[in-house]
Design a protein around this ligand. Structure first.
Ligand SMILES: [Zn+2]
Length: 108
């Protein structure tokens, strides 16, 4: 039994999201360190860049991870509809599109 993400070949988008989010966090928390290391005058810009990368990767995931049939935005649905912190588990455990029940079964 495949998840809807792997059935619709969208797992790579989740991986891109993880990596870019990790890079953003890396810059966000390492800004001062890099500022000292490279004698950057305004290390706060590195922190801001990290925050921006995190926000952009989140936004891209929201608009790009969706149902190929009905265009239901799965990532956004998971983040906005899940009450507790289990949105990631919810997203990865769905086997068909929550809106139209398509996607995982017909392989489109
Ligand atoms: Zn759908």
């Amino acid at each position: 039994m495949n998840s809807m993400l792997s059935a619709t070949n969208q797992n790579w988008k989740m991986n891109v999201f993880y990596i870019s989010l990790g890079m953003g966090a890396f810059l966000m928390f390492g800004g001062r360190y890099f500022g000292d290391l490279f004698s950057i005058a305004h290390p706060a810009y590195i922190n801001i860049a990290g925050v921006l990368i995190g926000l952009i990767s989140f936004f891209v995931a929201c608009v790009s991870i969706k149902c190929p049939d009905c265009k239901d935005k799965w990532f956004w649905r998971a983040v906005s509809k899940s009450k507790s912190g289990d949105w990631l588990f919810w997203l990865k455990s769905q086997i068909s599109g929550p809106a139209c029940k398509q996607g995982a079964n017909n392989g489109t």
